[in-house]
Design a protein around this ligand. Structure first.
Ligand SMILES: NC(=O)c1ccc[n+]([C@@H]2O[C@H](COP(=O)([O-])OP(=O)(O)OC[C@H]3O[C@@H](n4cnc5c(N)ncnc54)[C@H](OP(=O)(O)O)[C@@H]3O)[C@@H](O)[C@H]2O)c1
Length: 225
């Protein structure tokens, strides 16, 4: 265990973690003291991404291995493969993911022609593929990769809606989001995640209209007693 990590925190694997969203989340959580495992289809690519992130962060807490080994070594796995690979990736990782929390960040929206996807949500599909031995939580579908990589250590101007049929699993993901500088809320069961996924279509449209890359969502009106 590196002195840069906190051993009481869950180990996080990011499956498809070599891409834009995965590396952004990895930087946030590594900075917050989590042990991060970058997963890839190719060992060398995972290792190169991990080395690059460690160099950028001045840390040595990010490692890289093939996706299924990453899943086996982690407590919480976050899926950030390209949307087209969602189903095949889950089928290939089904065994390795048993007993874990799987966070699905997939937003099935085409950047060139943004429209909300039809139900069921990607996360519901994931739960159906993986079975009841995996607790699926939908989260981070609206968090722009561009925003994650800016101003590490500072709060992000974005909120996270966590949807899950298991509220306890959602709470674990809410803690993770908060550690990465995001406000996060439990937003109901997995079927609600189709709405969250669809919001990505609106955010992409806003980015195009207003010439930005970081449109995101904010929740108001919640004042816990
Ligand atoms: N980009 C954003 O701002 C953003 C925001 C919120 C949510 N998301 C969601 O996050 C996910 C990833 O988006 P991204 O922009 O990070 O994508 P990306 O950078 O284009 O790719 C992510 C990773 O997917 C893996 N991959 C590609 N083809 C694959 C295949 N056939 N099978 C398995 N893995 C494959 C690659 O990893 P290896 O080659 O290393 O295996 C790649 O690094 C998407 O579902 C997207 O909806 C993205």
């Amino acid at each position: 265990m590196s002195p840069d990590t906190n051993s009481s925190l869950p180990i996080i694997a990011i499956l498809g973690g070599t891409g834009k969203e995965g590396t952004g989340l990895a930087m946030r959580w590594a900075s917050a003291g989590y042990s991060i495992i970058i997963g890839s289809r190719q060992l060398e690519k995972a290792q190169a991404t991990a080395a690059d992130l460690n160099a950028r962060l001045g840390m040595n807490t990010v490692t890289g291995v093939e996706n299924s080994l990453a899943a086996r070594r982690a407590d919480i796995c976050v899926l950030t493969v390209v949307q087209e690979a969602h189903q095949a990736a889950l089928e290939g990782l089904k065994e390795a993911l048993q007993g874990k929390i799987l966070v699905d960040a997939t937003a099935r929206v085409d950047f060139r022609d943004p429209r909300p996807p039809a139900p069921p949500s990607a996360a519901r599909l994931a739960q159906d593929i993986l079975g009841s031995g995996v607790r699926v939580v939908a989260a981070f579908q609206n968090v722009p990769a561009h925003a994650l990589k800016k101003n590490l250590g500072q709060s992000l101007e974005t909120d996270v809606l966590a949807c899950a049929d298991d509220p306890e699993a959602a709470q674990a993901v809410i803690r993770l989001a908060e550690a990465g500088g995001m406000r996060a809320y439990y937003a109901g069961g997995l079927d609600n995640a189709i709405v969250v996924e669809g919001l990505t279509s609106i955010l992409i449209s806003l980015n195009k209209q207003y010439g930005t890359k970081t449109a995101s969502i904010g929740i108001t009106g919640i004042h816990p007693a």
